[in-house]
Design a binder for this molecule. Structure first.
Ligand SMILES: [Zn+2]
Length: 357
């Protein structure tokens, strides 16, 4: 049925617009999702291996908290962030945030550190970078992606002849996740919200890096819409389906279920008795009101906090697939104006119970 000339033109314009919009939406969608069969996957896999082989090598001496080796790991991360053209998130235009440790260290900590090599621990290092959002309003909202750089370092007495706590799973794997996500977000579809990438020092000795970040954040804490900390994603957890990650405190806020709705292979933490929600850097942020959870696939393996947490134990296929699976949901989170909220009783106390201080 032909209608009048002017009418045809309007329909034509309408059709073109919607088709054009559909096309660009499709293009955008494809640049947000992750084509696991593509060269993109191969390059991600190379990058995961490269980062892990550096961070968990014996030469980094287990990235001891607040040691020279933690500083080296922070420098490595800072150089990666700089090479991606990200903005520095530390003081004075630096990608590094250095902060002094208490001097003297608390007695309980000195006692703990007696099991490790006697080395200088005066300051700790964070590496922080910013990918500024493209939307005039949403760029004031921040998605914070974190992990911890440090691990236990070198034992005072070797265990079965091995003194280096390489920390391949804990937490070179999480650090690698943040570095590779920074690469994918910085070179892919530009997010509407701002993304801050932060790698903390001294998580293993009480979270001094995360505390320094909270004391001098690169953005007001109230602007942080959500924090995902990546911890121990180097090996699959037999307690959950293959290819799945779990989120600590999943029931505490609306973040986990919503990410799962948008394609994340994310389920509830299958080890509630371990209280992992309180045992990583996310807790310091959550106590300040930030919706902050940890993503992991730690299956309580026996290499935890042992010198045997080596590269050879890492399941690189699982790890690369795990990172790939979270790209599209994170893209969604950095583009939406949806905000997660605490469920009733979900937000932790502002201060830890005295027994944990
Ligand atoms: Zn850890």
């Amino acid at each position: 049925m032909l209608l009048s000339g002017r009418f045809n033109l309007r329909i034509l314009v309408l059709l073109t617009c919607t088709f054009g919009q559909a096309l660009s939406l499709q293009a955008q969608k494809s640049s947000r999702s992750f084509d696991s069969s593509s060269a993109q996957m191969a390059s991600l896999d190379r990058e995961v291996h490269a980062d892990m082989f550096f961070l968990a090598d014996d030469a980094l001496h287990g990235r001891g908290s607040a040691t020279r080796d933690e500083h080296l790991a922070a420098l490595f991360a800072a150089s990666q962030f700089q090479s991606l053209g990200l903005e520095p998130g530390g003081p004075a235009g630096s990608f590094l945030q250095k902060s002094p440790l208490p001097d003297p260290l608390p007695e309980r900590l000195q006692h703990h550190l007696a099991k490790f090599e006697d080395t200088s621990r005066k300051e700790t290092w964070n590496a922080i970078a910013i990918l500024r959002g493209s939307d005039p309003n949403l760029k004031n909202e921040v998605i914070l992606l974190t992990a911890h750089l440090d691990h236990l370092g070198v034992a005072a007495t070797p265990i079965n002849g091995d003194a280096i706590y390489n920390g391949a799973d804990d937490d070179a794997s999480g650090t690698t996740a943040v570095l590779t996500l920074a690469h994918l977000l910085a070179t892919g579809h530009h997010p509407r919200r701002t993304v801050v990438f932060a790698l903390f020092g001294s998580e293993e000795i009480g979270g001094f890096g995360a505390r320094a970040f909270l004391a001098n954040p690169p953005t007001p804490l109230t602007n942080i819409v959500a924090n995902l900390e990546f911890e121990m994603i180097g090996r699959p957890d037999p307690a959950v389906p293959a290819g799945t990650l779990w989120l600590t405190g999943y029931e505490r806020s609306t973040l986990g279920p919503e990410l799962a709705k948008h394609g994340a292979h994310l389920v509830n933490d299958p080890h509630p008795k371990e209280q992992f929600f309180q045992r990583s850097d996310n807790i310091a942020l959550a106590r300040q009101g930030v919706i902050a959870h940890t993503v992991s696939s730690f299956g309580l393996h026996t290499d935890y906090h042992q010198p045997t947490d080596e590269l050879g134990t890492i399941d690189f296929t699982h790890m690369t697939n795990a990172i790939a699976s979270i790209v599209a949901p994170i893209h969604w989170l950095t583009d939406t104006d949806w905000k997660p909220t605490w469920n009733p009783g979900g937000r932790p106390e502002a201060h830890p119970p005295t027994s944990q201080q």
